[in-house]
Design a protein around this ligand. Structure first.
Ligand SMILES: [Fe+2]
Length: 256
């Protein structure tokens, strides 16, 4: 399994608090069956704004350690969405996933719809592909699923947090996740792990639940998408796959 969102680098944000904690997170990830992790420290200027070079050095150091666990580490950032986001990416203060085009973006807690869609539009205009982190945790999205639909139609992707699916954030959030799956609005899941204690790097439990809710095919698509994000290839939603199936069925019916 691949985890594309994890605060595993030590002492850069509110994630791992020491190199030892990072190692413990690697151990947990390994135990869960995770083989690849994208290390994504926060870039949230009012709170966490680690220096780009410091991030890279920390990444290189942990990448070597991760090999001992047979885990491949990649670099990215969890970029708080602001009008400055593009500038930070261009200046090497924030990083797309594995130096490709996909960028993890965290919407502000409160935002105007127009302002947010414009910021996403600008990012796409510069060739970046935004992946919105944990939309299920925002009240505004829970109240307005149509807004998420529009955001996806505009060319952005959605990443749910595994702990939201397994219940860490309560029943409301679980139910909203279920609705997002039903509407084929989920492209990726990730741990967004912050420590080896509470929010840990684990995906297995969430994938098992998704299989129960939606079937193995959806799970396989999510895993394939995670791989393609790292490879900087195209990712898709479940609906397109369904359409493809219907199309094949039609032809087969005609033949029979
Ligand atoms: Fe995060």
């Amino acid at each position: 399994m691949i985890d594309i969102h994890c605060h595993i680098l030590p002492n850069l944000d509110d994630g791992a608090k020491s190199f030892e904690e990072s190692i413990k997170m690697l151990e947990i990830a390994k135990g869960d069956g995770i083989e690849e992790i994208v290390a994504t420290p926060h870039i949230y200027p009012e709170f966490y704004f680690p220096d780009g070079e410091k991030i890279k050095n920390s990444f290189e150091e942990l990448k070597i350690k991760a090999k001992e666990f047979s885990i491949e580490l990649y670099l990215g950032t969890d970029l708080h969405l602001t009008p400055e986001s593009i500038k930070y990416l261009k200046e090497g203060k924030a990083f797309p996933i594995n130096f490709g085009n996909y960028v993890l973006v965290e919407p502000p807690e409160f935002f105007y719809e127009k302002e947010m869609t414009e910021m996403l539009f600008s990012l796409r205009g510069e060739g970046y592909i935004p992946i919105i982190t944990h939309p299920e945790r925002y009240q505004i999205f829970r109240e307005k699923m149509d807004l998420l639909k529009i955001i996806v139609e505009q060319g952005n992707y959605l990443q749910l947090t595994s702990a939201s699916i397994t219940g860490y954030f309560g029943e409301n959030v679980i139910n909203f996740c279920k609705s997002l799956f039903k509407k084929n609005l989920v492209h990726l899941i990730a741990s967004d792990a912050h420590s080896p204690r509470k929010r840990v790097p684990a995906l297995k439990g969430a994938y098992e639940l998704i299989e129960e809710w939606e079937g193995l095919e959806y799970v396989n698509l999510l895993k394939e998408n995670a791989k393609n994000v790292i490879l900087n290839k195209g990712i898709s939603n479940f609906e397109r796959k369904k359409e493809k199936r219907k199309w094949v069925k039609k032809i087969l019916n005609k033949l029979w």
